[in-house]
Design a protein around this ligand. Structure first.
Ligand code: GDP
Length: 436
């Protein structure tokens, strides 16, 4: 998937444009401090082309007195991580000093930049847009994010700027692992522990070109791709302190993986940044292994302490809590093998198919014993179920007379019962209700 970043000074309409582009299909808006709100990261689609949109302003809390330095960092990170940068300016304000500061950075990037003049609600504003030529970024694109005018042409323009995708001939049967986590949690150390410092173990397979974000390894008897390790090696001390740094840095790797190895720091526990990445993994329907790294630094390493950690982690990540947690040390290489082994198991769970006969045999008696609650005197009957073939994640469909009356708690009940019977550890699953 391609990544589009929206940059610009505060109040030019970044979040309005973001909403317009993503149509906020995922309506789970959370006001909890430090969580990835939908205002920041969303999915979009135009003429069959899917991409992610990031509103870099969504992270700025006190957006009215944002410092030039902060904007500079935001824009730098956006140019490093995005495929296309949308530089939003406000036609009603004209060119400001901050606009110029942003343009200075953007003129130096090789990434495609689209200059977008927002708030051009009526035609006369389009004439005012001419002064933005002075920014040296080509023709300004006039739009109104509020009314939607011009956004169709803008979307055409965005899609046309995406880099030509190289055909990644990755083998479908080999898992793609992404190692993710906030800065200094030990990602590079873990990867080095996996593959050693030697680079020559990279197998020479057609398709794993230098441009590819996949690198194939055969280590300890495991065959796997590591996704975008370059992004981890390419550290940036200037922007590392930004709240959304780890999100920006993880997006591409997460989107292109099957299983994410999310690293936490044993000494620090779960923090907002960790939850941001976790949510990104969930939003992309990826499978998960949690690694509590730097376990060597924990003085008392017994099962009681481990259980406390486990409980705290699952609690913070609820409601999804069916994933493995491994206590490891990238430094001493303790349980490094276990991490790979578990990631592989989780991948197999992701690919698991439950035979229809087995599924019905187990689930129908249960449903009979605990049927969905009747609504308005109407009884809901589930007659049959099956796992859908060829889906991204395991997806189960239950056929009912009144599928629309089966609510979320009951779907969760079905999901839990499936998880109790078959091992889907680490993998999200879908439960659909359909008309019989
Ligand atoms: P990254 O930013 O996530 O890639 O983190 P690094 O792999 O660069 O590690 C950051 C720091 O933590 C380095 O000084 C590592 O030596 C240290 N580190 C990484 N893993 C461990 C571990 O398991 N135990 C200890 N004690 N230190 C570690």
């Amino acid at each position: 998937g391609n990544i589009v970043a929206i940059v610009g000074r505060p109040n030019v309409g970044k979040s309005t444009l973001f909403n317009r582009l993503t149509q906020t299909r995922h309506a789970i808006v959370s006001d909890e401090a430090g969580t990835t709100r939908d205002r920041q990261y969303g999915k979009s689609e135009w003429t069959g082309c899917e991409f992610s949109v990031i509103d870099t302003g969504g992270w700025v809390v006190n957006s009215d007195d944002i410092f030039e330095e902060e904007i500079r960092k935001q824009v730098t990170l956006a140019t490093e991580e995005a495929d296309v940068v949308l530089f939003l300016v406000d036609v009603r304000n004209g060119v400001t000093d901050l606009d110029e500061a942003v343009a200075n950075i953007l003129r130096r990037t090789k990434k495609p930049v689209i200059l977008v003049a927002n708030k051009a609600d009526t035609n006369e504003w389009i004439y005012s847009a001419a002064e933005f030529y002075a920014l040296g970024l080509g023709d300004p694109y006039c739009i109104s994010a509020a009314t939607g005018s011009g956004t169709g042409e803008l979307l055409d323009q965005i899609v046309s700027k995406f880099p030509k995708t190289i055909d990644d001939e990755t083998d479908e049967n080999i898992p793609r692992f992404a190692v993710v986590g906030r800065p200094n949690v030990g990602k590079s150390s873990l990867i080095n522990a996996f593959i050693g410092e030697e680079r020559n173990i990279v197998t020479d397979i057609a398709g794993t070109t230098r441009d590819s974000i996949y690198t194939r390894y055969t280590k300890f008897g495991f065959d796997f791709y590591l996704v975008d390790t370059a992004g981890i090696r390419r550290k940036n001390k200037v922007t590392e302190d930004l709240e959304y740094y780890s999100v920006m840095r993880s997006i591409r790797a997460i989107e292109n993986s099957d299983v994410c190895i999310l690293m936490l720091d044993a000494e620090r526990g779960i923090e907002a940044q960790d939850l941001n990445i976790f949510q990104l993994i969930q939003r992309n329907n990826k499978s998960l292994v949690v690694v509590v790294n730097k376990w060597d630094l924990v003085e008392e390493k017994n099962t009681v302490v481990m259980n406390e950690y486990e409980y705290a982690i699952r609690n913070r990540m609820a409601p999804f809590d069916d994933f493995p947690i491994i206590f490891a040390s990238a430094l001493t290489k303790q349980r490094i093998f276990k991490v790979l082994e578990t990631a592989k198991e989780v991948y197999q769970n992701r690919k698991k198919r439950v035979p229809t006969s087995k599924l019905n045999e187990e689930m129908l008696p249960l449903i009979e014993a605990y049927p969905p609650p009747s609504i308005k005197g109407k009884y809901i009957k589930i007659k049959y179920c099956m796992q859908l073939p060829d889906t991204q994640i395991p997806s189960f469909v239950f056929y009912a007379n009144l599928p629309q009356y089966v609510k979320e708690p009951y779907r969760r009940f079905l999901e839990n019962k499936i998880r109790e019977r078959w091992d889907f550890s680490g993998t999200p699953i879908n439960i659909f209700m359909r008309q019989k």
